[in-house]
Design a protein around this ligand. Sequence first.
Ligand code: ZN
Length: 331
Amino acid sequence: MDADLAELKRRLPLLEYLQRRHWKAQHVGAQQEFVGLCPLHQETHPSFYVNAGKNLFYCHGCGRGGDLIRFVELERQLSFRQSVAQLQEEWCSGPVRDLLKHTVTFYQQQLSRHPEAIEYLRQRALWNTELFAELQVGYAPGGNLRAHLTALGYPFALLLQTGLINHQGRDAFYQRVIFPCRQQGQIVNLYGRSIGAAFPHRFLPRSRGGLFAWDLVAHYPTMILVEGLFDLAVLWQCGLRNTTCAFGKQLTPFQFAQLCERPDRLVYIAFDQDENQAGQQAARALALRLQTVGVAARIVSLPAGHDPNSYFSSGAATADFAVLLEQASSL
Ligand SMILES: [Zn+2]
């Protein structure tokens, strides 16, 4: 039981749990401390503190504190045993995990059968099939997922609940290249990039987890942070395996805490060079926040209008990107 419990808390850090439940937090003073309104009592001034390093909370308002299990006991009025059982069912085991695994396998099989998807990846400078296998890249042609999953015995209600299928019974991902988001080896969400005219980016309506592939990159003292999975894929393809992705410009508190785990870390921020300066501003703001907690940051300047993926798909090579890393500036 003790080992299971430690494993549960490792897989599902308290901050990540709170964040999935839309707890809004601000980073405070010490490296991995966050404060926000207490989810356990009514208040107007934030007095609920989470130490992401120690994986503990304490509320100065209602005087309660403890670990993840304690929080769930209080939040849901459950016994210790019931809390553990519920958490294991919701996050770490159970049908959703298997459902996502089966979906990813199915989409992976579709990729090689749909030349339009391979062609799309090629246009985005991605061609390495070994990398596709490693990242479990797939393709959702649309129209055939429900029948496949139903044949495997999954109830329609579960497909609906996870957002894989919409109320009309159609695939939520339609003509999209699929990247699974994994955390601690488990698939927690899917990202779908439209290859057609549909809204380009789509995730399932559930947590995206922390930084992408964190268990594979966390050991690197020097790290490249990008906005999107196509940026990440192109950098992994050219051997820059120390790249991670935040799924956008704004890091969640949990993702920020991950970057700060190692005080000796150097983070290269390679966000998009947007015409409206959004990427550049977000990069500067993040570099500043990192420096405030003692983590060194450098900002990579791509040519105007480019993100790392478009830089490569417009003909740049690994050596060109290496020069950009060399020229990256601190604040
Ligand atoms: Zn409280």
